[in-house]
Write a protein that binds this ligand. Structure first.
Ligand code: SAM
Length: 314
């Protein structure tokens, strides 16, 4: 850590009176696309970072925590994932992690914003590591919901890697019961959907609880767990939902065997022991799922400007 005060800062507001400041040594890109404000910066502490609409999306030093949580529990629990679609995915790290499973024959990545992907491709190769050029990759630039609506495919795993449902952002209609019903329809019988589900702090549980409960209306098996991604500065969460296969039934030896058989290589966060631990979550989160009854619908979407300021869908 440098002992001089940084002359330039990125300030991420979590509330009007709460913010995280990051010292910046370089701005690689800063532009407004038709969908969002994009920044690729060099933070002194976290390495390169992608910021969308002022919010941290991932940082070089701890992106592995986010992407391994998002991808591997669902991919491992799915018996033979051949067709995988990523909705969103900007940086390409989700695609990279998916393609590490040698069962995958086709991986679609559907991001609404071509410019974000171009900037990530150019400035953040440490995330995608060539995944955009893999012969199994099908990269398309369109709204993920519209893509699924039109698609005739059945997918084994659907990974929803989009930003939080911020007010006027491009993602809030991909958090609704109607959207999750479409996801279920497009999944194969053994299919699993995986997503990031927002902040998991006790005072700011509405998004996670509403996403969890909305998925429960559609899928018989839904599991959410918290994870600490230090560059986010607030505890985060992930959720998987399945039609029939139970990810919780997989024991650590089975997970390690699958990772080995699929020749995944070295992971830094996830293995069999981590997998078993995902299903033991703090009591305040379990209580929150019971207390918070919100169901997110197209005509009652959950949106917010600041985390903790969610507009209730009740
Ligand atoms: N890691 C991130 C986080 O912390 O939330 C999310 C990953 S990624 C950068 C999010 C991507 O989702 C962006 O590239 C954005 O363009 C894309 N996106 C947002 N809304 C979308 C939509 N409706 N359909 C497809 N992609 C969308």
């Amino acid at each position: 850590m440098s002992d001089t005060i940084s002359p330039h800062w990125h300030i991420e507001f979590f509330a009007p009176d709460e913010a995280h400041m990051r010292g910046i040594s370089k701005i690689y890109a800063s532009e407004k696309t038709p969908f969002q404000q994009v920044e690729v910066i060099q933070s002194n502490h976290y390495g390169k970072c992608l910021i969308l609409d002022g919010h941290m999306q991932s940082a070089q030093v701890d992106e592995f925590i986010y992407h391994e949580n998002l991808v591997h529990p669902a991919m491992v629990a799915c018996p033979n994932p051949k067709k995988v679609v990523i909705i969103g995915g900007g940086e390409g790290a989700t695609l990279y992690e998916v393609l590490r499973h040698n069962t995958v024959e086709k991986a679609w990545m559907i991001d609404i914003d071509k410019r974000v992907v171009e900037l990530c491709d150019e400035y953040m190769p440490e995330w995608h590591r060539g995944a955009f050029k893999d012969k199994r990759t099908i990269l398309m630039f369109k709204d993920g919901r519209k893509f699924l609506e039109k698609s005739k495919e059945k997918f084994d795993v659907i990974i929803i890697d989009i930003p939080e449902p911020v007010e006027a952002g491009p993602a809030y209609l991909l958090y609704t019961e109607e959207f999750y019903r479409m996801v279920a329809e497009k999944l194969s019988d053994n299919g699993i959907v995986s997503l990031q589900s927002g902040c998991s702090a006790e005072k700011e549980l509405l998004c996670l609880a509403a996403v969890h409960n909305t998925l429960k209306k559609v899928f018989p098996l839904v599991y959410s767990w918290p994870a600490n991604v230090p560059s986010f500065d607030i505890p985060w969460s992930f959720t998987i939902a399945s039609k029939s296969v139970d990810p919780k039934a997989l024991k650590r030896d089975q997970v390690d065997k699958i990772l080995k058989e699929r020749k995944i290589g070295h992971l830094k966060y996830y293995d069999g022991e981590t997998h078993e631990g995902l299903f033991f979550i703090p009591k305040y989160i379990r209580d929150g799922f019971v207390k918070i009854k919100d169901i997110i619908r197209d005509n009652k979407p959950l949106t917010y400007r600041f985390i903790g300021e969610e507009k209730s869908s009740r």
